[in-house]
Ligand binder design. Sequence first.
Ligand code: SF4
Ligand code: SF4
Length: 434
Amino acid sequence: MQNSFPRGVHPGDRKALTKDKPIVPMPAPAVVYIPLVQHLGKPALPVVKERQKVAMGELIAKADGALSGNIHSSVSGHVRGVETLPTHTGSAAHIVVENDWLYTEKRLRPLKNPKPADILERVETAGIVGLGGAGFPVAVKLRPKTAVDTLIINAAECEPYITCDYRILLEYTARFVSGCRLLMRALSLENGIIGIEDNKRDAAAVVEAYIKDENISDLSVRALPAKYPQGAEKQLIFAVTGRVVPSGDLPADAGVIVHNAHTALAVHDAVCEGIPLYRRVMTVSGEGVKQPGNFLAPVGATLNDALIFAGGLDDRKRVVKMLWGGPMMGFALSGGGVSITKTAGCLLLLTEAEAETASPTACINCGRCHRACPMRLMPMYIDKYIFMDDAAAAVRYGAKHCIECGACAYVCPAKRTLVQSIRLAKKQIRERGL
Ligand code: SF4
Ligand code: SF4
């Protein structure tokens, strides 16, 4: 077994700022702004009225279609209304709830020894989406259209700085392993593999020891050489199983389903403890933050709330970049007013020394971006053609297959903003129906 994938890059992992910081619950603020889009599909439909009293964990918006997801309140209090507010990618309707500080909680009934159908139903009810970033509804992945034989749990966490999955493995080991096995049970599988990069050997050892102590024979840990983007679905499947998922195919077509480590934890909490998904562990990091850490954050608090909880900005440093997500795949933010969602794994405040701020220059045709691309694309041509407004050419050079990992931009000596170009290309391709 090769345990790796072709191409990719080796950015420094920069995890030292938070890797030894235990997860700390972050208090909910006086008002939470809970977006109705925290998943891939259509916005959820509100089921609460203005001034209605809600409990923490109560359903406030219902999934609208297969790729949508249920949304629950992260505080107890009163609904103030629905407001359209900025998000990290644009804007969306948010349900605004005023905290009454009573912490009244509404849980679902914990399930004992659930059948696959019970797990599936609970995952849907609890609004669980993939917590690795994409927000793909988990229940959809639990109903593969083809036969699968392996579940891979993605604990690679290959993005620099981010340490939330790592801390979950170390601190919430039993709940995490339970979640992995529930996912396996939902899929009727007897083979689960947890993929962890070898720069997190201590977490791998803790999980392995737990699995051994509990005499669990159908779940194992696979240490993978640290390389970016190890956590990308197709790359992880190849590294762990040697199977190739061709362009346009789904992992299930190769007999594999991949779920993120944090997702497994959310499944345990929903099934065994009856807690819907309204909080998540997120990393707040970067040299610009006074006390970087890993926080159990309520959905609907803002990034500014998380930053304040992390002690605010370090006055001695000049922050030049604020990012939603890691430095490779993250989205640049103009402010911290946006809400924490189910998929918000990281807030980064980078100083000049950490951030890439050089202006782009002309492409020198060195080919490094192509050699780094794990999808074997030619990002320089997608960049070139999208500047020429030729979306059809961008399609020919594979823009649709780009996983937006940022490996190409990382190695580019001309500092071309290749990922932004490819995102623009994808938008134009969608708009023009190409
Ligand atoms: S072209 Fe896309 S998939 Fe290839 S390295 Fe760049 S961002 Fe990653
Ligand atoms: S790495 Fe940058 S400079 Fe080199 S070919 Fe790619 S886009 Fe051009």
